[in-house]
Design a protein around this ligand. Structure first.
Ligand SMILES: Cc1ncc(COP(=O)(O)O)c(C=O)c1O
Length: 417
């Protein structure tokens, strides 16, 4: 049965009013925003804008209420307590906040439970976005810890057995994407959390590509930390979320220090506020927070079960479409395996950038390149792929347009001769 998502919700999005024929299959990179989000941000700036958490004026009180209400909306959306969500610039920033806090602890500045030492290990997968790889490389380099990774196979997929083999009592952190931004693989979070708990390791979930597309309850999942970005879930750029279980977030050393995040400051030292405010040094992206909250409310209004059901249909259609075109190789889990609504592929004899250009000429927006996952692409034996990624406004018509255009790519470039 078709869902009420897809074409009907396009009316909520000014982008699709401006571009009625757009086939926008690049939501994995960044999403379009509904009027509800744009209006919430603009209304706040027009009518309620003032300094937040500073001063005692009525205006400040109202702005602070809107700012904290947004936190409540975002926290509620992912099953977190309000004190468990700190604002970051984006998911990348939030991952850096975790790794830099741990680097501080390792240097003796902050809670020892986050300290890493030589002999300790950090486990990731070979499929990670650079945002969930480089911060751990840096942490390893600073502390003498070793970075290990679960390898991917020829379709870019890693396995729970491959990851399990790497984990031991030396493992301090397991950091992994809930949904791969290249393969669409949905990770078995509960299994990984169970493995981590067995060995006392912390889990860090990169939830960038899951939170916008499926019901995610971080408390239920049992991860220790998680990150996601507003701009991938119909919200503004410039803001993301760092989730941490309250007792961990209260203890993690703040990566950034300065105004607004302290209790008492002397010339020698400073005491920090509890979470989340200990992570929010300086003036925050206030109107973006309001927009982020509105995005969570909008998605909640659609119903995340419904969103998942819709995107599950789109995922199957994408796989079918890509696999139906001769000379096109789909990356990622085989048909029938859990996969989010994104599909990356390689076209025989045509460079990914040429594929992207060809599709763009047909009015189809996709992403080309390494998608910030060079190690994964290297393992696939290529430098770049083309990715089509869907969202709540994507429909079977978008997928059909992609299928038809893909069928013409190799002929256009003479690669079928
Ligand atoms: C899986 C994953 N992790 C992290 C990121 C980084 O997100 P941001 O650029 O918003 O920090 C992305 C963005 O593409 C992603 O897809």
């Amino acid at each position: 049965m078709p869902t009420a998502l897809g074409a009907p919700v396009r009316a909520d999005f000014p982008f699709f009013q401006a571009h009625p024929d757009a086939v926008y299959l690049d939501t994995g990179a960044t999403s379009q925003r509904p009027a509800a989000v744009l209006d919430a941000e603009v209304d706040f700036v027009r009518s309620d804008y003032a300094a937040v958490h500073r001063g005692s004026s009525m205006a400040t009180g109202e702005a602070t209420w809107a700012f904290e209400n947004a936190r409540e909306q975002v926290a509620g959306f992912v099953g977190a307590g309000e004190r468990e969500i700190a604002w970051a610039q984006n998911a990348t920033d939030a991952l850096n906040m975790i790794s830099l806090g741990m680097a501080d602890a390792s240097a003796g500045v902050g809670d020892d439970r986050f300290a890493l030492r030589e002999g300790d290990e950090i486990v990731v997968t070979q499929a990670e976005h650079h945002a969930n790889l480089i911060p751990w490389q840096r942490l390893a380099a600073k502390t003498g810890a070793t970075l290990r990774w679960a390898p991917v196979d020829e379709s870019g997929v890693w396995t729970i057995d491959g990851l399990r083999e790497l984990v031991s009592s030396r493992t301090r952190i397991i950091a992994f994407a809930h949904v791969s931004n290249v393969t669409g693989l949905i990770a078995p979070v509960a299994d990984i959390v169970a493995i981590a708990r067995e060995f006392g390791a912390l889990t860090v979930l990169d939830a960038c590509q899951s939170v916008p597309h499926m019901p995610v309850d971080l408390a239920d999942l049992g991860v220790d930390f998680a990150v996601f970005s507003s701009h991938k879930m119909l919200g503004p750029t410039g803001i993301g979320a760092l989730y941490g279980r309250a007792e961990l977030l209260d203890a993690l050393p703040p990566a950034r220090t300065g105004g607004s995040m302290i209790t008492v400051v002397s010339m020698e030292q400073a005491d920090f506020l509890p979470a989340p405010h200990r992570f929010e040094a300086g003036t925050q992206p206030v109107s973006q927070a309001v927009g982020f909250g509105a995005a969570a409310a909008y998605l909640q209004g659609l119903g995340m079960d419904e969103v998942f059901r819709h995107e599950h249909e789109i995922a199957s259609a994408l796989v079918e479409a890509v696999e139906s075109v001769p000379g096109v190789r789909l990356i990622g889990p085989a048909a029938g395996q859990p996969r989010a609504a994104l599909a990356s592929f390689l076209v025989d004899g045509v460079h990914a950038h040429d594929v992207g250009q060809f599709l763009d000429d047909r009015g189809i927006t996709v992403r080309t390149g390494h998608h910030c996952a060079q190690p994964l692409h290297r393992a696939l034996g290529t430098a770049a792929s083309t990715r089509a990624s869907a969202g709540v406004y994507s429909s079977a018509d978008d997928v059909e347009a992609l299928r038809v255009a893909l069928g013409d790519v190799r002929g256009f470039f003479g690669a079928d001769r």
